[in-house]
Design a protein around this ligand. Structure first.
Ligand code: ZN
Length: 151
């Protein structure tokens, strides 16, 4: 295992054990449900967006594998205080990262700690686990009525 793999394992385990912003929001402005049938990951994402379009609060609840839960937890941290266009932009960057199109050492990005997911593209079945909460968040912002599915 190289250093980045080790860091990845540590971060995933830590967020899985102690997920951040876990729970329901009382009165979200946006929310959506997301499934990853391949793995059984199932989450709700709740957002509270103010009149200026800034994300005041973002939480999630549900259950799934360690990667999906850690990814959701880190997403809620990354989105706090962002505007909704920034959130969508970050989702696009994160998606490119997990499919291996964005190289964090070469390409410009705002991923910060989310960089630990850089190696996920090597495990194609895990890409959906890592991206599920982000797809769900983006569905919530677009006010999708249907549950989001990775399939
Ligand atoms: Zn999963």
């Amino acid at each position: 295992m190289n250093v980045s793999d080790e860091l990845y394992q540590q971060v995933i385990l830590e967020h899985n054990k102690k997920p951040r912003n876990f729970g329901k929001l009382e009165s979200p402005t946006h929310s959506a449900e997301g499934y990853n049938p391949l793995c059984g990951d199932h989450y709700h994402v709740f957002l509270s967006v103010d009149e200026q379009g800034k994300i005041d609060e973002v939480t999630f609840e549900g259950s799934g594998c360690a990667i999906s839960k850690a990814s959701a937890s880190m997403m809620t941290q990354a989105l706090q205080g962002k505007t909704t266009p920034q959130a969508i932009e970050l989702f696009e960057q994160f998606h490119k990262l997990v499919v291996g199109e964005l190289k964090p050492n070469e390409d410009e990005h705002d991923l910060g700690k989310l960089e630990v997911f850089a190696g996920v593209w090597k495990y194609p079945t895990r890409v959906k686990c890592a991206a599920l909460s982000w797809h769900t968040m983006s569905g919530a912002l677009k006010k999708d009525q249907e549950p989001v599915s990775t399939e």
